[in-house]
Ligand binder design. Structure first.
Ligand code: HEM
Length: 431
């Protein structure tokens, strides 16, 4: 029997069709978006962020539990991915650092001519590089931070004085901490206290309330951009962290006692604390770290891809808004034992720090856009906490027991405590 070979045009046609099929398969695999919840027409997944009792970082954490640490969302017309694990964050912030060095304009404050002119939302490029350099040289570098030592000490002494004048009665500690931080930041930035500190604090409060409806700070009225950035990035973040640290200690009296014992042992007999003393307050430093794990002020860190790339086999198109859920990563049981417990000891003899290399713990971000204010913020927060612990004993107002303290969060520019921290201070017996 004669075997009939197909003619050349037929072979060519078969090879051509097979090549097309393989190419199409490869392409559709590479174009696979990360998994995500079902999208509604027009709004996509927006309703999942703003409807219901959960605030956005909590809602996103829950969704990530279902769809994974790289999740795709449709936010109106925009496509977004949400990152919720250390491994995924490392892919975005280290392996594809350059691709994700951009901030999305979705989050930008379009304030007249100042829109996008500040450092926080500046597109990655030469303008951003220049302005970041100016920030570091003039305000946030180690030498500059040291040079603000005297003004920090003076403002924190004022805080202690103002609390001392109302010992025994209920005080709003949230407001006092915010005021002190605002004075430190404005004196460092402008050489004087903010002329309208009251107005500024009122606006910041109002902005936080407005933004809380959206969960992200989408807009802010009438302030010029760069000064606002210094305040917005510097004041609210640090003050919120000091407030959460005090709230966590009041809720965990054993931690409070241990921290006070350390401060009083190291500073024994001193009338006041200088910054040199702080270096020896090892437990206090663990408290700051643990507070930033559970309460990163910028819970949802915004970035954007500038070009198409592939992460864990998923295709991430150019201009994809990228939300890194720092809050979820700090509480991810894969990375932390007993993740919801406030245990500063977990950082004892641990090499994990907040400098952007341990991706399970990046409260200040990572990579080239990491927060340039780390030294400034830490010096400010540690001094306030050390002084508060040294000079006073603390209890909650209105007979509230530690375990009853309301720790509800409110999401705005930062994730704050929803209800101000009201406390009663009594002078400590320091021998
Ligand atoms: C507890 C205090 C603070 C926390 C937790 C914090 C956190 C952050 C985070 C998460 C980012 C985004 C980083 C990234 O995208 O990788 C950021 C950016 C920034 N922070 Fe902070 N911050 C704090 C205090 C400060 C202070 C005190 C200042 C200045 C006075 C400051 C100035 C900035 C600026 C200018 C940026 C934008 C950097 C850029 O885009 O290049 N921050 N911060």
């Amino acid at each position: 029997m004669m075997i009939q070979f197909p003619s050349f045009p037929v072979v060519f046609a078969i090879v051509f069709v097979l090549t097309l099929i393989v190419k199409h398969r490869k392409k559709s695999h590479a174009q696979k978006l990360p998994p995500g919840p079902m999208k509604l027409p027009l709004i996509g997944n927006l309703h999942q962020l703003i409807i219901g009792s959960s605030i956005p970082h909590v809602a996103l954490e829950r969704l990530a539990g279902k769809y994974g640490p790289i999740m795709h969302l449709q936010l109106g017309e925009g496509s977004a991915i949400v990152i919720s694990s250390a491994e995924a964050a490392e892919e975005v912030l280290k392996e594809h650092e350059l691709v994700f060095a951009q901030r999305p304009t979705f989050f930008a404050f379009e304030v007249g001519e100042y829109g996008n002119q500040g450092i926080v939302f500046a597109p990655h490029g030469s303008f951003w590089r220049q302005i970041r350099k100016v920030f570091i040289v003039e305000l946030l570098g180690a030498r500059q931070v040291r040079s603000f030592k005297a003004l920090r000490e003076e403002e924190v002494e004022n805080l202690i004085g103002s609390i001392a004048s109302s010992v025994g009665s209920s005080i709003n500690l949230t407001e006092k901490i915010l005021r002190t931080t605002n004075s430190i930041v404005s004196r460092a930035a402008f050489g004087k206290k903010c002329r309208d500190a009251d107005e500024f604090l009122a606006i910041l409060n109002e902005g936080n309330k407005l933004a809380s409806g959206f969960g992200m700070a989408d807009f802010f009225p009438s302030l010029k951009f760069v000064p606002f950035e210094i305040f917005g990035a510097g004041t609210d973040t640090s003050a919120t962290t000091v407030e959460w640290a005090m709230a966590e200690m009041l809720r965990n009296p054993a931690v409070l006692e241990k921290a006070q014992a350390e401060v009083r042992r190291v500073l024994k007999g001193k009338k006041n604390i200088s910054e040199e003393d702080i270096h020896e307050l090892h437990y206090l430093k663990l408290i700051v770290k643990e507070t930033l794990r559970l309460h990163p002020p910028g819970a949802l860190m915004p970035r954007e891809s500038t070009e198409e790339c592939e992460i864990n086999g998923y295709n991430i198109p150019a201009k994809t808004k990228t939300i890194i859920n720092l809050w979820a990563m700090g509480r991810n049981p894969k990375h932390w034992d007993d993740p919801n417990c406030f245990k500063p000891e977990r950082f004892h003899q641990s090499s994990i720090n907040y400098l952007g290399t341990n991706f399970e713990y990046i409260p200040f971000g990572a990579g080239r856009r990491i927060c340039p204010g780390i030294s400034f913020a830490v010096a400010n927060m540690e001094l306030q906490l050390a002084q508060l612990l040294y000079h006073f004993d603390w209890k909650l107002s209105d007979g509230i027991k530690p375990e009853e303290l309301d720790m509800t969060e409110e999401s705005g520019f930062t994730v704050r405590k929803k209800h101000a921290l009201r406390v009663i201070a009594t002078p400590a017996l320091i021998s």
